[in-house]
Write a protein that binds this ligand. Structure first.
Ligand code: AMP
Ligand code: MG
Length: 419
């Protein structure tokens, strides 16, 4: 009987054997959602010049210091400047430039009076005058050069995750190409002589393969570059052959099935032949049977249980963190919340139970975590409906009553989110 190791120990062993993938230079849009692989700096001041935040008139504040309704100040309009155009001269006493948002402040001016706060003669064009009836605080409506960043400022730390606005910041700071870690290649295999593809109606005694698709989707969600391998029957030579091929072409090989120690379960033997096996069983339910091995070239092999909920939970707890670490994510743990158990739950045995649960809010705004009806590891539907894993500790046995405080792993929220 394989040693049953605690979930935390299994995760530590996996992560200790994970190396970040090599880096790749990509266009900034392809970095969306990815951690940056290096510190990034701005190549210019942003902006490189003072500009106006408003459509209006660029003036010298001192020229209009005494302006009032009874004492209007009239300034000569020297030019009309839109964003992208630059006033060539220097504005002197009694002069102003009509200026649009984003245009560089005209030399000599320091303050912008909003268009709504002035009257003009004529059409307010070059050669007309602008009439101002109240003073403005020095510098009002002017955005200072370097407000966003100075040339050489660090704008991203290695490991920061690029969101949509982050792509904009990459663009404005001249980082339109940047380095991120390559997507780990994840090979997904389904093992089982009873399996048929989803396009077929299974004959009596057979079942459709769900795990290859669940695991592929989970690997994609985690950031992997997924290859689906064909279904392989419970034949040790066939399993070894497909595993050998997959491991040559992947950073991670993950299979389901052949894992429960039954007469036709060969995955532990195959992984043992191909790698250094670190563990074969984890103290969790579902997902006990998990063979993990590390190949000489660093490729990670995961032989997960065939039971659909068990293999999904095993992937969630151990494979997803490995993929994220390869990609350079710093946050590898899903957020936890404390919740009130929404229904009695009877626990047998000494494994840590991870119940597929659904969260809601109680009358006082507290989280209520309700275990979904069937906790059978053989079903995938309840996993599909769940948004959390309710942790029932290994040392608890008996009935955990509705209302008991429980720890929940939010599987619907990204690692690093503060709840
Ligand atoms: P095993 O780990 O091979 O003993 O499989 C445990 C249970 O999971 C059995 O009932 C299998 O039929 C089922 N199973 C194995 N692989 C899959 C799969 N890819 N999709 C759906 N069910 C599976
Ligand atoms: Mg099987």
């Amino acid at each position: 009987m394989a040693e049953l190791i605690p979930v935390e120990d299994a995760l530590k062993i996996v992560l200790d054997n994970v190396n970040e993938t090599p880096v790749n230079e990509v266009h900034m849009l392809d970095a969306l959602g990815c951690p940056v692989a290096e510190d990034l700096f701005s190549d210019t001041d942003i902006n490189a010049f003072d500009d106006t935040a408003m459509d209006g008139f660029a003036v010298r504040a001192r020229d209009i210091a005494g302006a009032s309704k009874d004492n209007p100040v009239e300034l000569k309009i020297m030019d009309v400047i839109g964003a992208g155009y630059v006033y060539n001269g220097t504005i002197g006493k009694g002069e102003a430039v009509r200026i649009m948002t984003g245009a560089a402040m005209a030399d000599g001016t320091d303050t912008v009076v909003k268009i709504e706060d002035v009257t003009v003669t004529g059409k307010g064009e070059k050669g007309d005058t602008v009439v101002i009836t109240k003073p403005q605080e020095f510098g009002v409506n002017v955005r200072k050069a370097g407000e966003e960043a100075k040339k050489g400022d660090k704008v991203f730390n290695q490991g920061d995750v690029i969101n949509a606005a982050g792509v904009g910041l990459l663009s404005t700071t001249g980082n339109f190409k940047l380095k991120i870690h390559k997507q780990p290649k994840v090979a997904v295999i389904s093992i089982g002589s009873e399996l048929v593809d989803s396009s077929e109606v299974p004959p009596f005694g057979m079942r459709r393969d769900s795990n290859r698709y669940t695991l592929s989707a989970m690997a994609l969600e985690a950031g992997g570059d997924v290859t689906l391998y064909p279904i392989v029957s419970d034949d040790p030579e066939a399993i070894e052959k497909i595993y050998r091929d997959a491991k040559e072409n992947s950073d991670i090989v993950v299979s389901s099935g052949g894992a429960c120690g039954g007469d036709f379960d060969y995955i532990t033997k195959v992984i043992t032949d191909l790698s250094d096996v670190k563990f074969e069983a984890v103290n969790m339910k579902p997902g006990k049977a998990q063979t993990f091995g590390v190949c000489a070239d660093g490729t990670l092999l995961f032989g997960l249980s065939g039971n659909p909920a068990a293999c999904a939970t095993g992937f969630e707890m151990l494979v997803r963190p490995a993929i994220r670490k390869m990609l350079g994510f710093k946050d590898l743990e899903r957020p936890h919340v404390e919740a009130i158990l929404g229904a009695d739950f009877k626990k047998k045995g000494t494994r840590r139970n991870l119940l597929r649960g659904k969260l809601s809010l109680g009358a006082d705004g507290e989280y209520v975590a309700t275990p979904l009806k069937s906790q059978s590891s053989g079903l995938i539907g309840e996993t599909a409906k769940s948004d959390c894993l309710i942790v029932i500790p290994e040392d608890f046995t008996g009935v955990m009553e509705k209302g008991t405080k429980v720890d929940c792993i939010r599987t619907d929220v990204t690692e690093g989110t503060v709840l």
